[in-house]
Design a protein around this ligand. Structure first.
Ligand code: NAD
Length: 496
């Protein structure tokens, strides 16, 4: 097995106008498996450098938007091949800086490439100008680039949630300034650098840092579109920062996704039980669309809990992300570990029962890293913080419900509405799904297992604005420009 000790320390710089730019100060990115080990260093980009990056993107936009879509697709396809060739190296770096097991890091690259391929295949038809002759004359609808895109990504899926923005933004003729999260900046920067090597200088720029740089990116008048994935609280700051210059925005935010198990669900279906466990604990629960609260019909509740614990104890193996036996790694950072611990302790104080799940493969590693043993929380009130807040970590509450009306109400009273899932006989499940307020609802599966990049993805209510993925996820990087040529210049209802 390749060990973490075999890997070298990585240094990334800001990338502005085709050049690596030195920074006066750098931050260390620790390994969540062993926080005393430094995986790499990344810069603290100054606001002045962020302005340089935005100006470089604005300068490059003038010529980039004149390049044909065919040429853009050729460049993106070359970038995809380069990422594929470097996949192993990227996966190891991602696993070390993030803490996600290698199979999970491969999964992230797999989804990223699937989306980039889809975007290349669909860009031409999605962006094709439409000309319609009709009774009033002729209308030309064109999908024009918006300009400079500020792409801000979170730490949980740093590559997938950066490429989800880079590929369509560039294919649509925009230029970009990417800011990955300081909690997972290295692999995203590497991938952006690989993509940038196929594009003209200034088309992709990468800056690093947190809120300070983020404020520049979201308030600078030269930025015309913000593509943000992250927390709902951060999005509220972004909306304020962007309000002075009214920018186009796609916001992919937090969620508190429910999994609803109807009376018709078969608790003896071991594959389904394994799927829900994975949908709760993949990436140690740190996924926006993971199932974060589970509601089970009271008639099957006791047996469900028993089978769930069996399935969880089989699948959850907590250990070194580089060990192929490991299914769950550490939490990415201490702050997040404490958020999850706080919610579990609060539930316990309120009288909930907390059941540890899975086996710890390496106790020494577990004690040294940001590890948390996954837990199941039973006996909560429906409005306890662990139920209504986004835990974003390896713990899940399971609650009984009595009828569909009640569970639909519990689902829809949340401020969030990203994804949800309904499990049981297909017709029953679809009927409940139609009544849920969410961007995506999955039947008999949940989380990334039910994701399809060919269809739009996003949240309702405080889970977001706009959609990524699908044809919608390409057109979101365009202005829809209508040119009307009226047939008659008569003005029918206006007096002479
Ligand atoms: P976060 O909001 O703390 O940070 C996200 C990004 O915003 C980071 O790059 C951060 O540096 C930057 N940022 C922080 N302050 C900023 C400011 N004032 N202006 C501009 N940028 C700023 O989120 P996180 O902790 O990195 O990610 C976890 C959150 O992301 C969870 O709530 C999760 O549900 C959500 N998420 C949503 C989706 C989705 O598709 N809906 C996907 C993944 C994660």
């Amino acid at each position: 097995m390749t060990t973490q000790a075999d890997q070298e320390t990585i240094i990334v710089e800001a990338f502005i106008n085709g050049q690596n730019v030195k920074s006066l100060s750098q931050l260390a990115k620790e390994n969540p498996t062993n926080p005393s080990e430094i995986v790499g260093y990344f810069p603290v980009t100054t606001r002045e450098q962020a302005v340089d990056a935005i100006e470089a993107a604005a300068g490059a936009f003038k010529t980039w938007n004149q390049i044909s879509i065919d040429e853009r697709i050729i460049m993106m396809r070359k970038a995809i091949e380069k990422i594929r060739a470097a996949e192993n190296e990227i996966v190891h770096l991602l696993s070390r800086e993030h803490g996600k097991p290698l199979y999970d890091a491969h999964g992230e690259i797999y989804v990223s490439l699937m989306w980039m391929e889809f975007a290349c295949n669909e860009a031409k038809s999605a962006l094709q100008e439409e000309i319609k002759e009709h009774e009033n004359g002729k209308t030309i609808l064109s999908y024009d680039p918006i300009g400079v895109v500020a792409a801000i990504s979170p730490w949980n899926y740093p590559i997938a949630l950066s490429t989800i923005k880079i590929a369509p933004a560039l294919l649509a003729g925009n230029t970009i300034v990417l800011k990955p999260s300081p909690y997972a900046p290295l692999a995203a920067a590497k991938v952006a650098e690989i993509i940038a090597s196929e594009f003209p200088a200034g088309v992709i720029n990468v800056v690093h840092g947190d809120a300070d740089v983020g404020v520049e990116l979201t308030s600078n008048p030269l930025v015309t579109k913000i593509a943000f994935t992250g927390g709902t609280a951060t999005a509220k700051h972004i909306i304020k920062a962007a309000s002075e210059t009214i920018k186009d925005m796609t916001l992919e935010l937090g969620g508190n996704d429910a999994a609803i198990f109807l009376e018709s669900f078969d608790v003896h279906d071991e594959r389904a039980m394994r799927r829900i466990v994975i949908s709760n604990f993949l990436t140690a629960g740190q996924i926006c669309m993971i199932a974060k609260r589970v509601y089970v019909h009271r008639s099957i509740y006791d047996e469900f809990v028993e089978k769930y614990i069996e399935a969880a104890n089989r699948w959850i193996r907590i250990g070194d992300p580089f060990d192929s036996n490991t299914t769950v790694g550490p939490v990415n950072n201490l702050k997040q570990k404490n958020v999850v611990l706080g919610l579990v302790e609060d539930a316990q104080k309120r009288g909930a029962e907390v059941i540890p799940l899975g086996q710890i493969l390496d106790q020494k590693l577990f004690d040294q890293g940001y590890y948390l043993q996954p837990t199941l929380v039973l006996g909560c009130d429906v409005h306890d913080p662990i139920v209504v807040e986004e835990q974003f970590g390896p713990t899940v509450p399971i609650l009984p419900f009595d009828d569909e009306e009640q569970v639909i109400h519990l689902h829809n009273e949340s401020i969030y509405g990203l994804t949800s899932s309904v499990w049981g006989k297909e017709a029953d499940a679809i009927s409940v799904a139609r009544q849920l307020e969410a961007g995506t609802t999955m039947i008999n599966t949940a989380a990334v297992q039910g994701l399809d990049v060919r269809f739009p993805f996003g949240g309702v209510k405080q889970s977001g604005i706009g959609r990524e993925y699908g044809v919608e996820g390409i057109r979101t990087y365009t202005e829809k420009h209508v040119i009307n040529v009226p047939k008659t210049l008569d003005l029918p209802y206006i007096p002479e």
